[in-house]
Design a protein around this ligand. Structure first.
Ligand code: SAM
Ligand code: SF4
Length: 331
């Protein structure tokens, strides 16, 4: 049993750190990144692996048990496998998971597993190659399917598929995605479209709540609720009769799960962020690079947890609350 725990001022245990390894990406999903004119961080502004590992070690020492690697696209960063291997060596870290668009996963899946990644989430918003190309602005659908198959072959379990549901864009595929969970052991998770970044095409009309998705899924039969486990995160989980996999709903906007939020985020720019929807951040890169001691850095992590906002209020009433692009935070 671990002794150290991070508790914030709202009595939440913070044990989950999401690390954005890079703001670069090989896709240009319309809801996440502009097609052109992206201002990527200059390379020296991105935390080095050494710096991330130092912060991760202090975070794990303080009470973090699970780390998720995200981006941008984490697999486009050079040296990612060696980094994961070293991260996996941190004593006390129980789970390393990865969120990826899957484009490079076929090349990486086996090594990622060998290096200690235990779970992968693959983002896939359409089962139609042409529509996929319209949403992501790249022709990579078949690479993602290869990645998915390879992840399954090398034994990742469960494999989660993240689907951002958007009215008039992919909502006619909701049933098809849910049916995937009948045939495959995938956990298909419907995520509400979020108004993140300055302008990402979010409108109330395009937004679909997870309640509406659930209603639509009733045509496939009853959804049996699954018990919530310690490290599940905010997804509400269900199983269709006879299914090999699961269906999850992440109602980031319509359902407030702030009271159970256990997350801290480290952006690729080197800031700690307590809430996706609050631009309050703590700079850890400057102290890291000006010789701060472990004690000082651990104090900053503690401060980021203590100042974590209690909640983000209704995002449907006042949507634009995060001006940093999603690709630097990682979702
Ligand atoms: N590139 C990787 C990927 O796409 O899986 C990791 C980074 S991406 C920012 C992490 C997750 O955030 C993806 O599942 C993506 O679909 C989701 N995401 C990005 N922008 C979003 C938005 N505006 N609303 C809801 N989800 C979003
Ligand atoms: Fe890239 Fe992921 Fe953003 Fe799509 S959602 S542009 S894959 S970072």
């Amino acid at each position: 049993m671990r002794e150290n725990r991070f508790i914030d001022r709202n009595n939440r245990t913070i044990n989950y750190l999401r690390i954005s390894l890079t703001d670069r990406c090989n896709l240009r999903c319309a809801y996440c990144m502009p097609e052109e004119g992206i201002q990527c961080l200059p390379h020296p502004e991105i935390l080095t692996y050494e710096e991330i590992l130092r912060l991760a070690r202090l975070a794990v020492r303080g009470g973090i048990r699970k780390v998720r690697l995200t981006g941008g696209e984490p697999l486009v960063r050079r040296g990612v496998l060696e980094f994961v291997r070293r991260l996996g060596g941190l004593e006390g870290l129980e789970v390393i998971s990865l969120t990826t668009n899957g484009v490079l996963l076929a090349d990486f899946a086996e090594d990622l597993r060998a290096c200690g990644v235990s779970r992968v989430n693959i983002s896939l918003d359409s089962l139609d190659p042409e529509r996929y190309a319209r949403i992501t602005r790249r022709d990579a659908f078949h690479r993602v399917l290869e990645g998915l198959r390879e992840a399954e072959r090398v034994g990742f379990k469960p494999i989660k598929i993240n689907v951002v549901a958007m009215r008039g864009v992919n909502d006619d595929e909701i049933l098809d995605f849910a049916r995937l969970s009948l045939e495959k052991p995938y956990h298909v998770r419907f995520i509400e479209f979020m108004p993140v970044g300055m302008e990402n095409g979010w409108t109330r009309d395009r937004f679909i709540s997870t309640d509406e998705i659930r209603d639509r899924l009733s045509r496939l039969g009853p959804l049996r609720p699954q018990e919530h486990r310690d490290m599940d995160g905010p997804a509400e989980r269900f199983v269709l009769e006879g299914a090999k996999g699961e269906i999850g709903f992440i109602g980031a906007l319509s359902h407030h799960f702030c009271s159970q939020c256990n997350r801290l985020r480290l952006t690729s720019a080197g800031t700690l962020r307590g809430c996706l929807f609050s631009d309050e951040e703590i700079d850890v890169k400057t102290p890291l690079r000006s010789g701060a001691s472990d004690e000082v850095l651990a104090g900053l992590i503690q401060r980021a947890i203590e100042t974590k906002p209690a909640g983000h209020g209704s995002l449907l009433q006042s949507p634009r609350k995060c001006s940093r692009p999603m690709s630097t935070i990682g979702g």
